[in-house]
Design a protein around this ligand. Structure first.
Ligand SMILES: *[C@@H]1O[C@H](CO)[C@@H](O)[C@H](O)[C@H]1NC(C)=O
Ligand SMILES: *[C@@H]1O[C@H](CO)[C@@H](O)[C@H](O)[C@H]1NC(C)=O
Ligand SMILES: *[C@@H]1O[C@H](CO)[C@@H](O)[C@H](O)[C@H]1NC(C)=O
Ligand SMILES: *[C@@H]1O[C@H](CO)[C@@H](O)[C@H](O)[C@H]1NC(C)=O
Ligand SMILES: *[C@@H]1O[C@H](CO)[C@@H](O)[C@H](O)[C@H]1NC(C)=O
Ligand code: SF4
Length: 510
């Protein structure tokens, strides 16, 4: 009984509260400042997604809670340090990982054409040749399997044995040679880089300098500098990222730039001063042949004693697997939002050549010039809370929003009908927007011509668009869909309207 009474009260007072768009015009004292009602158009792409960060935070906490049970060499860590102590190598650890990797690499490295040494290895020419070979092989290997690359690499080196030879090649020749490897941008960068090096007259000899060559990034610079010129700089590719994530049981998002930076730092800690190239190749090789994404061969891994992911997985009652590192990035769930959309159709009746003509105009408002779908036109739309998606609440919010247009609806138009059209779910990258669409049919009292310029000066820019030009107006795809829905709704309505009188009569008689 109670709830029934309160329901009544609410619905009655709700009805009374709806600000009348028609017929008395808006009391100007009640005009809203527009920030809040305008926000739907702005907010769609800017709100941070709390879900992602909570999930990541949760998984970080989970691992860091369990890690302290492992005995680890102690290392003084500043109190204020935000990063977990577990994320760093101690000096001892780094030393033993390095030694184990080099020992393993010396025995197990694969014979690959770009690993052949030239002459005594100290002559300038030999080093440059090596640099060129490492560069070409690393670029080829970026998106392609080793087995495929070997044949391409050999053919390439036969044709262009030095960087100076390559610099004389044409883009067509290079593309032809690259044909089948895919990602032709890589070939273009190689050629551009070779031309730039040939122009300078010498091969850059450290990572900093190499990064200045077009097409050479952090990764290639590190590989060439460490392998060919013995510079103690790290290299982090996908393989190295995986190995280091597991060695340190790093549970932060591997796609975050802060995580990537951290892994570069750790790789830098491991780099061997006397054999940096071999150490880097050992890390990459370990990732490619032992510490693989799906089925790592931990039994035969040279650094299994130092691997935190492995120790975690071996704890009693542990549910952690080494393949939990690096963590899979959880795709954020899309947020569901709700909007009230009001399609305002104004009909203008006039007489032309003694014929009655009805013209249809739609009221469109312009999206802000910045942000999502900037500058496109849409029907008046306002975001509503989920609990305010009932018709009454939506209309109330819409009426408030329409006040921003500074258009005197009551003075200019007669209200013919205001009906619910339906719902449409529009999917953006992070948002599912459920639009509740209504159609407001108006007729003009004195034509639309005198209103033409009024919409320009408003905080919310608006205009009336003739229905014949709707298709060519820059509407958002969601709004196009809403437009189509409305058209369908109207044509259905017209066909039922012609039958309506009969059924009404029937009902009245019975
Ligand atoms: C953290 O501590 C170090 C030295 O212990 C200090 O230099 C640094 O400013 C501190 N950072 C913050 C954010 O407190
Ligand atoms: C890299 O090489 C350039 C040119 O030889 C030199 O000026 C620069 O100091 C070197 N940088 C490093 C970090 O060794
Ligand atoms: C580039 O490499 C350096 C080490 O050589 C590293 O500190 C830095 O984080 C890397 N930057 C990026 C964007 O990967
Ligand atoms: C609308 O109708 C009036 C006459 O009732 C006419 O003067 C006017 O040109 C028509 N068109 C527009 C866009 O107002
Ligand atoms: C709307 O309808 C037109 C014609 O009926 C069609 O070409 C267009 O693809 C539709 N647009 C959407 C978004 O459904
Ligand atoms: S022990 Fe296993 S998970 Fe750890 S580095 Fe070796 S192969 Fe990778």
């Amino acid at each position: 009984m109670m709830s029934f009474v309160s329901f009544l009260v609410v619905s009655i007072s709700g009805t009374l509260e709806i600000p009348p768009l028609f017929p008395p015009s808006f009391p100007s004292s009640k005009l809203l400042t527009t920030r809040q009602t305008l926000s739907p158009s702005i907010s769609m792409d800017t709100k941070p997604n709390p879900q992602t960060s909570t999930q990541l935070r949760r998984s970080t906490r989970l691992t860091s809670k369990r890690i302290p049970t492992i005995t680890r060499p102690s290392q003084p860590v500043p109190k204020n340090k935000t990063r977990d102590i577990e994320d760093c190598f101690s000096q001892d650890e780094a030393d033993s990982v390095r030694a184990a990797l080099l020992r393993w690499y010396d025995i197990n490295q694969r014979e690959l054409p770009w690993r052949r040494k030239h002459g005594c290895g100290c002559a300038g020419d030999a080093k440059e040749r090596r640099a060129y070979e490492v560069w070409v092989s690393e670029v080829m290997l970026q998106q392609t399997r080793v087995a495929t690359v070997v044949a391409y690499y050999n053919r390439w080196m036969q044709r262009w044995p030095t960087v100076h030879c390559l610099a004389t090649a044409s883009q067509e020749e290079v593309n032809e040679m690259w044909s089948g490897l895919g990602y032709y941008r890589r070939a273009r960068y190689l050629l551009e880089g070779a031309k730039s090096i040939a122009k300078e007259g010498r091969f850059p000899r450290n990572a900093t300098e190499l990064r200045g060559v077009p097409g050479i990034g952090n990764y290639t610079a590190g590989a060439v500098a460490s392998i060919a010129f013995n510079e103690a700089v790290p290299v982090v590719d996908g393989n190295v990222l995986r190995v280091i994530s597991r060695l340190n049981a790093i549970s932060s998002n591997p796609k975050d730039s802060s995580t990537v930076k951290h892994i570069w730092d750790l790789a830098g800690q491991l780099v061997d001063k006397s054999r940096p190239g071999d150490l880097n190749q050992a890390l990459m090789e370990l990732g490619a042949t032992i510490c693989m994404p799906k089925n790592p061969n931990c039994i035969n891994c040279p650094v299994s004693d130092q691997c935190r992911a492995l120790s975690l997985s071996r704890l009693e009652t542990s549910t952690i697997k080494v393949t939990d590192f690096p963590p899979k990035v959880i795709k954020s769930k899309q947020r569901l939002e709700f909007a009230a959309v009001c399609v305002i159709l104004v009909q203008n009746d006039s007489c032309e050549n003694q014929k009655h003509v009805t013209e249809n105009f739609y009221l469109l408002v312009k999206r802000p010039e910045k942000g999502l779908l900037a500058g496109l036109w849409e029907f008046p739309m306002v975001l509503v809370a989920e609990r305010r998606t009932d018709m009454e609440s939506r209309r109330k919010e819409m009426d408030e929003y329409l006040k921003n247009l500074k258009l005197d609806f009551g003075e200019e138009f007669n209200l013919v009908s205001r009906e619910e059209v339906g719902e449409y779910l529009h999917i953006f990258s992070h948002i599912r927007l459920r639009m509740h669409v209504e159609l407001m049919l108006l007729t003009t009292k004195g034509g639309l011509n005198q209103l033409e310029n009024q919409g320009q000066d408003c905080q919310v820019v608006w205009k009336f668009v003739h229905d014949s030009t709707m298709e060519s107006t820059g509407l958002t795809s969601g709004i196009r869909k809403v437009y189509n829905m409305t058209q369908e709704f109207r044509s259905k309505q017209m066909s039922t309207n012609t039958q309506e009188p009969k059924s009404k009569l029937k009902r009245m008689r019975s």
